[in-house]
Write a new protein. Sequence first.
Length: 151
Amino acid sequence: MPSRRILLLNGPNLNLLGSREPAIYGSATLADHVANVEAACAGLGWAVQHLQSNSEAELVGAIHAARGSADGIIINPGAFTHYSWAIHDALAAFDGPVIEVHLSQPLSRESWRHTSVVAPVAIGTIAGFGGVGYALAVEALSRHFAAAKTL
Ligand code: DQA
């Protein structure tokens, strides 16, 4: 039985990774990133459930379903980052830690990317490290859970 259950969410257009603007997002596919998260979690004895969706409603539904069934959420909300108060509210209703991940560094891009409505409901944001960010998010969750135990 896994000691932790992690929900990995990827938002709109991230299904195109590998061929979408590789100069910004890199050449790895979403499947590559998911496999890296699964490997990192397996090393910790954790289970991962992954959903990529281009639909805000589907992502909100997955966050609702995580209530009581997942211990933490790693989310790259894609462009929803910048305006989806529905995803913000759903994450606010989730009890466990949320980590926001971006492959690129939105703060060094267009000004409309400088606002994240997800950041206020995340324990932290990892951005600008490409695909490594997903593995860093697993590491951050691991340290967060370990620190919570010693409190
Ligand atoms: C992104 C950054 C967002 O601004 C953009 O809309 C994406 C990807 C990233 O991973 O860098 O779709 O979340």
